[in-house]
Ligand binder design. Structure first.
Ligand code: MSP
Length: 507
């Protein structure tokens, strides 16, 4: 047991949330729920990034005051996360007065560090990324992420001496004994980041001459560069001003994001922290980027999927499960609604849903709705029990490694083994030939449901409750997973749900 401070990126409010944002946020939520179950003191942070050139322009283009615009879109993010059962402990907005005060305080400390100087910046800037690109980073002259032409910026700005930190960053990433050690994952991203640092770091401009942002305390004519403003959310949210509160959670245990913004999190952010004498986060993990039906998701292509679209089709729990099971976390992948529907029917409606419903139905039909007392172990019982134990262990190991599809596979494996157990033991025959054996078999089936009901919790919090209720117990997350899933804890003689509804109606 310890503390676990986990973050998602704070998302730009240039548009309402899509399933790219939902993907990272659901992944973080699964981990937050898992760590709460482990007994950790969890702080799960998400929020919105509301300053910068892009948002200012988007609001102006709509003829809306930026303040009204960001209020409106931030509310949409909050609504979307509530709909997806995201259990964040705090939702930060960079326009919050408390955040802005924290940004000013940090910038004063940074200025005092002596790593800030005034200079002139000229270069190509992608307004959507809110960052400069060098010629060799552009692809055919376009931003590699947004495939749009950058604009030329030339301004007098304040600079941060990032170049000075190259050696300290390399040591902090590579040496587990370094007092500022942090992990950059997965390995491909780590190598990429180290390679780029070794190739040389340029100082970065940390201010802009635009009105929509936090004024620099040492030069109010400029505002803090939106990326610096945004990164600071990770410390202002936990009370940068208040050392007692701050030390409870800092350093962050995991910054989660996609690979598009790994550079900011694995290089610029740790350097800014080192400059003011704070520890870098412990772990920065960048998952892959996904396309939708093989295409980049974009408004122009009209293929943007909103979280609500999936929720209406599959329900909340299945949406969470299906999004994380499409491809391995950490790799690039593709989301196809067709494949999601296939998987929904196969994995959730047929395998898991059917297992739950047929088990409860058998207890109702053969045992008057009461879970029977188990008899001595026989035949495949031992194997079923072993499968349940193994699934519990594999599930935990997978989530500790951020392997969501692995955790899902562990659950599916137990479901498949149990469905096979039912075919092997044929309770419908036992009901006529051997009531005692029937009792054992049905007890074992129900006990697997208890284990499964708990294991699915981080992914499918409502389904977890329903499965438990169907077998007459309450979801109990008060003890850590290893204890909860230990075999044989289902109390016999409890009453199961008399008329269970299908968990996942076929579509
Ligand atoms: N505001 C910055 C982040 C500041 S954090 C201090 C930003 N915002 S964003 O709205 O563009 O969000 C980018 C993030 O959204 C990605 O890193 C990822 O978490 C998520 N994704 C957006 N589209 C995605 C995919 N197509 N695939 C995977 N993740 C996606 O960058």
């Amino acid at each position: 047991m310890g503390k676990f401070f986990i973050t998602t990126p704070i998302y730009y409010v240039n548009d309402v949330p899509h399933i790219g944002h939902a993907y990272t946020t659901i992944a973080a939520d699964v981990l937050a729920r898992f760590h709460r179950w482990l007994g950790d003191d969890v702080f799960f942070l998400t929020g919105t990034d509301e300053h910068g050139v892009n948002i200012y322009q988007v609001a102006s283009a709509q003829g809306v005051d930026p303040r009204d615009w960001v209020d409106r879109i931030a509310a949409e993010f909050k609504r979307a996360w509530a709909e997806l059962l995201i259990s964040n402990d705090y939702f930060i907005r960079t326009t919050d007065a408390r955040h802005e005060a924290g940004v000013r305080a940090f910038m004063e400390r940074l200025y005092a560090s002596g790593d800030i100087y005034k200079g002139r910046y000229e270069g190509k800037y992608c307004v959507n990324c809110e960052r400069f690109y060098s010629e060799d980073e552009l692809v055919d002259g376009l931003c590699p992420i947004h495939l749009r032409p950058p604009v030329w910026y030339a301004e007098d700005n304040y600079f941060f001496r990032l170049s000075k930190y190259a050696d300290r960053l390399i040591a902090a990433i590579e040496d587990p004994e370094d007092p500022n050690h942090y992990e950059v994952e997965p390995p491909a991203r780590r190598n990429e980041v180290l390679g780029k640092i070794r190739a040389g770091l340029l100082d970065i401009s940390i201010s802009r001459a635009i009105p929509w942002g936090v004024p620099l305390p040492f030069d109010p004519d400029q505002t803090v560069y939106v990326w610096v403003d945004a990164l600071l959310n990770y410390i202002t949210a936990i009370g940068f001003h208040d050392p007692a509160a701050f030390d409870r959670y800092w350093p962050a245990d995991l910054h989660l994001m996609a690979k598009d913004i790994i550079w900011f999190h694995a290089v610029i952010w740790p350097a800014l922290l080192l400059a003011v004498g704070l520890r870098p986060p412990r772990r920065v993990f960048a998952h892959g980027f996904f396309t939708v039906n093989g295409q980049k998701m974009s408004k122009t292509l009209g293929n943007v999927i909103r979280p609500g679209d999936l929720v209406r089709r599959f329900g909340v729990d299945a949406t969470r499960w299906l999004l994380l099971s499409q491809f391995p976390f950490g790799q690039d992948g593709d989301i196809s609604e067709g494949l999601m529907a296939q998987r929904y029917n196969a994995e959730l409606a047929n395998d898991l849903g059917n297992l739950v419903n047929r088990t409860v139905a058998m207890v109702n039909r053969y045992c008057e709705g009461v879970i029977p007392e188990p008899g001595p172990e026989e035949g495949p019982d031992g194997e079923l029990k072993a499968a349940a134990v193994e699934a519990g262990q594999a599930f935990q190991a997978a989530l500790a490694a951020l392997d969501f599809s692995g955790a899902i596979a562990a659950i599916n494996g137990l479901v498949a083994r149990t469905n096979r157990y039912i075919e092997e033991t044929a309770p419908w025959n036992l009901s006529r030939t051997d009531r005692r054996r029937l009792g054992t078999v049905l007890y074992n089936q129900a006990e697997v449901l208890r284990v499964l009901g708990h294991l699915v919790t981080p992914f499918m919090p409502e389904t977890a409750r329903t499965i438990c209720r169907y077998i007459g117990v309450e979801l109990d997350l008060s003890r850590p997973p290893a204890e909860t899933v230990r075999w044989g804890q289902l109390p016999p003689r409890v009453r199961v749900e008399a008329a269970p509804k299908p968990l996942f109606p076929r579509i």
